[in-house]
Design a protein around this ligand. Sequence first.
Ligand code: ATP
Length: 211
Amino acid sequence: MSPGSGIAVFGGTFDPIHQGHLAVAKDVKARLGFQEVVFVPAGDPWLKADREVTAAEHRLEMVRLAVDGNPGFGVSTIEIDRPGPSYTVDTMEQLRRELGPGARLAFVLGADALAGLDAWKEPQRLIQLCCLVAFARPGFPLPALEPLEAAIPGLSRRVTFVEVSQVDVSASDIRRRVAKGLPIRGMVPEAVERYILEHRLYKGPLGATGP
Ligand code: ATP
């Protein structure tokens, strides 16, 4: 990872990665001029403790297949390699150390995630380590910043809102469709679709669960 014109980190469970995630990464990179968008699959996504999550090796491989051949996208195993719950603040702290204090470093998150930021580990410290890039997604308009600012003083100065193409796809819907034997063509890149079918992902109880 090199600083260049900056790194935007896109964290998520990516169970599986889909066209909605890829559209966000493409738009954030193009609109805000980052050198690279780095996908960081969560090792142990504490926010998804209510459901079983697919093994990290599968989620990572699907992210690798999805970004393969796109020079503007990267993948980091930083959270998968770190034991314990995957807290964003720990990830950004490690990246800030690697990139140095002057590097442009951002964390990309959907409106749904931004709305719940006050429940994350050390959000105050997080916004000191990096700025945030937030986007609306289908069904999740941007939240009002005032209550968040009250909980995390200084937040509004550290958030940039970016408009992204709205792709109405969700990972939970994809898992449900696969479990029912329905097609997912066009919702994920072809290589990811093949991987899901070959490894029989989301066929068991995993596919049937989730919000
Ligand atoms: P699930 O349906 O399993 O909850 P998810 O796709 O919402 O999955 P993550 O894989 O953790 O969950 O998502 C990573 C990030 O991508 C989050 O910031 C989320 O807001 C965003 N995101 C998810 N789906 C879309 C979409 N269709 N368009 C834009 N952003 C999305």
